[in-house]
Design a protein around this ligand. Structure first.
Ligand code: FCB
Length: 460
């Protein structure tokens, strides 16, 4: 099948953001409320009590972002479209002013020679759909496909590379089982139902986009290598692999949820939830796969689960996997995430073997405290540079081992609203002044720009 991904002769490069994390202006131009507006307003949900209402003000400072992207020389910019800007109530009426923002963004990218890579859902479900039951309800998947078709009808003449969902694992399990992401539920059954409907939404949306002529429709998963610490941890590790990785790859590749997963997750074994034809629709529906990677999952059992200190490695997000602990080792980022580039290499080789799909590393990067300053006052972030450099080397190793990795996308262009961590965790290549959203490139920005310049010079 033809594809608008880069052909892989050399690794292509990009950087990413997501709408709620950077745009701000959450009530401007008819945008409706999303579950993240509601969740952040609830006391105790966000570490610094913040929200995305201002964020990086990218809605207002779009030209600044475009200039930063041009300065980096990236091949791609991965951004997400905010559903509540396009359809303020999640269905029906379309808000032209919301779409106009993405017109300006896409046109601005193309004018600078940067390819847009659009993600349709990066967690900002319109609140009225949540009020009607949210992702645990099947109707949400249908509304998502309608919304996807609206966005594609509007931007499809200029955007060729599409992703339906970003990290549906977080939306389902951090949102509905661990309760640390919107909508903040702790109902494991609802989490499994949400997982199925997110996948179904992907399948329905991909079908609509394909019918409309798109040929590069993917899904972005935060797959993880799962490493048992010792033989006794093998079963728990298998459970984590089931709920984290196989819940998506099973339907996408084999058109099935496997036996262990169905044993852990009753709704995935329920024909009222997983209806005839759902899995067949999902199977083979992705033309490419996005892999987000930050850290491996080292799994252990026994002893007290006092928490590994790693954000998101939360045992309650794996309902039914008993006696589970996460055991990260060695050097860690500010998220508490172990730094282990070999995890990325292994993951890419395995996922390519498992799916035979072209891959894009759609997110990879690191949060550090960024306290060191250069003489001009800008952030001097050698740890972030080392992280990116070592993970890029891992991607090249995976490519040499046969993994069909087409592009690498650094998370993230700007320090931004890091979900439950608020603004306390900084992943950006560019620092944002919290008072006026002024942008100052860090050393890592200059390093990445140079690396991209060298890579493109070598092949042109
Ligand atoms: C991923 C999210 C992204 C960002 C990074 C650090 O889980 O997709 O929005 O928050 O983690």
């Amino acid at each position: 099948m033809s594809s608008h991904l880069p052909d892989g002769t050399r690794l292509a490069y990009g950087t990413a953001t997501a709408a709620y994390q950077v745009e701000g202006s959450t009530t401007a131009d008819g945008r409706g409320p999303s579950i993240w507006d509601t969740f952040t307003a609830r006391p105790g949900t966000i570490k610094d009590h913040s929200d995305g209402s201002v964020a990086c003000a990218s809605y207002l400072r779009l030209d600044d972002d475009l200039e930063l992207l041009a300065g980096l020389g990236v091949d791609f910019y991965r951004f997400s479209v905010a559903w509540p800007r396009v359809q303020p109530t999640g269905s029906g009426a379309v808000e032209p002013r919301g779409l106009a923002y993405y017109d300006r963004l896409v046109d601005g990218l193309l004018a600078r020679g940067v390819q847009p890579m659009a993600t349709l859902y990066h967690w900002d479900l319109p609140q009225p759909l949540e009020d009607a039951g949210g992702w645990p309800e099947r109707a949400t998947a249908e509304r998502f496909a309608d919304y996807a078709a609206v966005v594609h009808d509007h931007l499809g003449d200029r955007v060729q590379v599409w992703a339906t969902h970003n990290e549906p694992w977080c939306a389902a399990y951090l949102g509905h089982a661990a309760g640390v992401h919107a909508p903040g539920k702790r109902e494991p059954e609802a989490a499994h139902r949400a997982a199925h409907h997110l996948l179904l939404g992907h399948g329905l949306a991909a079908a609509r986009l394909h019918e409309a002529g798109a040929d590069t429709v993917g899904i972005v998963l935060n797959l993880t290598p799962v490493w048992p610490e010792r033989p006794e941890a093998a079963e728990a590790a298998d459970g984590v692999d089931a709920i984290h990785n196989r819940v998506w790859l099973g339907p996408l590749v084999d058109g099935a949820y496997d036996e262990r997963l169905r044993a852990l997750a009753a709704p995935l074994d329920d024909s009222e939830v997983v209806r005839d034809g759902d899995l067949a629709l999902v199977q083979g529906s992705a033309d490419w796969l996005g892999v987000n990677y930050y850290t491996p999952a080292r799994v252990d059992v026994g002893g007290d689960d006092t928490g590994s200190g790693a954000v998101g490695q939360d045992t309650s997000a794996y309902p039914g996997v008993t006696d589970l602990r996460f055991a990260p080792r060695g050097s860690r980022t500010a998220m508490g995430w172990e730094v282990e580039p070999r995890g990325l290499e292994e993951l890419l080789v395995d996922v390519h073997r498992r799916t035979d799909l072209p891959l894009v590393v759609t997110e990879n990067g690191a949060a550090y405290d960024d306290s060191a300053r250069a003489e001009d006052g800008s952030v001097d972030d050698p740890d972030r540079i080392a992280y990116l450099q070592d993970h890029l080397a891992a991607v090249e190793l995976a490519r040499s081992a046969g993994a069909d990795v087409r592009a690498y996308v650094a998370w993230t262009l700007l320090d931004n609203f890091e979900w439950a961590e608020g603004y306390t965790k900084k992943f950006g290549l560019v620092e944002i002044d919290p008072d006026d959203q002024h942008r100052t490139p860090k050393a890592s920005y200059r390093w990445y720009a140079e690396r991209l310049h060298d890579a493109t010079a070598r092949t042109s």
